[in-house]
Design a protein around this ligand. Structure first.
Ligand code: UTP
Length: 466
């Protein structure tokens, strides 16, 4: 133990971090071991980068002029061909899904993994259940496995696994549901020192959704994907129950263009919406964060009168497996955010500050876009595929997400010929919900609703054998 203590102390000294051992003399044996274990796992290379970044005072944002990136709108025969190409990938068992479900979910403030949040307007189905059932529907439709990779954080990993186990993986084969935990990074005070949360513990938090690449590599998931013969991976976030998982047209287009990374984009709701926009800079596509756009750029319009930087990325991607493997060798930029960070005072008590007191570092997945040799951006209709649960109330909250789920269900049912009484503003007058496995062909709907095909009361359409 002494040798590793001396070794670790030496490394800490090299990086100006010896202060984290300041309570050493007061710690008992198990506390000492816990602290040493935590310190032995530290990514010292990242630590050095963090300190350099803090000194420079700003993130290494790419500079240079940019213009809107080209965006594909798939229609008619072109859509059909892309769809068929995607279906062929699914049928061949070459497609898998990656769900990022780590992070902290601070804005929603839900006690537990965000994916356990009940969002079904009638059933109370959780986000995890909805995602898993969509994947099950794909497996049934295409008669091939669609492995489901779920990134957790250290904090929610156990609870996430237990939740899936309790629900028998929602019908999926447990061999094809793979959990892996993302990395953790320390926070730093302005002077580049890590924060001690307890006398025996350094404060650590998830390293951002961009931590995916490292986690896939270190937890053996890239090897697993190779073993299973996957060539394309659909990436999505846990908070959006509308997402069209492994959308065949998107996967097909990605393959037709031999893309390494693809982005699904939608028109921004307004000039000031806080989403990153897709641009082209130095011949490469990139996502520029809303905070990087000047006011002039935000409001600029093109010849068609539409916003010039119109297309936002909402973190729905396709990756070729080869690119994910190559990305493990690409150093990703670090982003800084000032956050409230619990710290330990001189008497060893933990203090929870009321105001941000330290800098947290994160990697963002979209920073990989300029690294990809070939990319494609596909437009999608927001009302059909995007309504995230981010906040407890207001915009992007459970209320707006449930509303959007019901509107979507109403549109789908109406398209199959069902008649739904609606309010003046077009919203259904009853609650509607569709299980992702529900077969809503007109003949199945008719069998369920009767010849009138009218839905007048709250209706949950669940899986029926077709
Ligand atoms: P958000 O940026 O909304 O972060 O994550 P969050 O942690 O869920 O919530 P806030 O910001 O604290 O309120 C977008 C997606 O990325 C995942 C989240 O689970 C969500 O699906 N994520 C985020 C990770 O997997 N790891 C992270 O470190 C951060």
């Amino acid at each position: 133990m002494n040798r590793s203590y001396d070794e670790i102390k030496g490394r800490l000294a090299e990086h100006g971090q010896e202060h984290v051992l300041r309570f050493w003399a007061q710690l008992n044996e198990s506390q000492r071991q816990a602290l040493l274990d935590q310190l032995a796992d530290l990514d010292f290379e990242a630590l050095a980068r963090m300190r350099t970044l803090l000194k420079s005072g700003h993130e290494p944002v790419a500079s240079g002029a940019f213009r809107p990136a080209p965006v594909v709108r798939l229609e008619g025969a072109e859509r059909q061909q892309a769809h068929e190409a995607g279906e062929a990938l699914l049928r061949a068992g070459e497609a898998g899904c990656i769900l990022v479900a780590g992070g902290q979910g601070t804005r929603l403030g839900f006690d537990g993994p965000k994916g356990c949040f009940p969002i079904g307007p009638i059933s109370g189905a959780t986000l995890f259940q909805i995602h898993a059932r969509k994947i099950l529907a794909l497996e049934k439709q295409y008669g091939a496995p669609v492995p489901f990779y779920i990134m957790t954080s250290l904090e929610n990993d156990g609870a996430t696994r237990a939740f899936f186990e309790r629900h028998n993986c929602f019908g999926l084969d447990p061999q094809r549901v793979l959990f892996f935990s993302q990395g953790l990074w320390p926070a730093m005070t302005d002077d580049g020192r890590m924060v001690l949360e307890r006398p025996d513990r350094v404060f650590m938090s998830p390293d951002g959704h961009g931590g995916l690449i490292r986690a896939l590599d270190e937890r053996g998931m890239l090897d697993d994907m190779a073993r299973r013969g996957l060539s394309v991976l659909f990436y999505f976030q846990v908070d959006n129950p509308l997402v069209d998982i492994a959308d065949p047209a998107f996967l097909g287009l990605h393959r037709q263009r031999q893309a390494e990374m693809s982005v699904k984009v939608c028109a921004k709701s307004g000039p000031e919406e806080k989403v990153g926009v897709v641009v082209t800079r130095d011949g490469r596509d990139a996502v520029v964060e809303y905070s990087e756009l000047t006011r002039e750029q935000m409001y600029a319009t093109g010849p068609d009168g539409e916003l010039l930087f119109r297309y936002g990325s909402v973190a729905i991607h396709a990756f070729s497996r080869d690119f994910l493997a190559r990305a493990t060798r690409i150093p990703m930029p670090m982003h800084m955010a000032r956050k409230k960070t619990p710290y330990c005072d001189e008497s060893g008590d933990t203090v929870k500050p009321d105001a941000p007191n330290a800098i947290k570092f994160e990697k963002f997945i979209f920073d990989l876009l300029p690294e990809a040799e070939r990319t494609v951006n596909l437009e999608f209709a927001r009302e059909d595929e995007f309504s995230p649960v981010k906040n407890a109330t207001g915009d992007d909250s459970p209320v707006t997400t449930r509303r959007d789920m019901m509107r979507k269900a109403a549109r789908r049912l109406a398209a199959c010929g069902a008649s739904i009484p609606r309010s003046k503003d077009g919203d259904p007058l009853c609650k509607l919900e569709m299980d992702p496995l529900f077969d809503c062909r007109p003949e199945s709907l008719r069998a369920l609703l009767g010849p009138e095909m009218t839905i007048e009361k709250d209706t949950l359409l669940q899986d029926k054998p077709s």
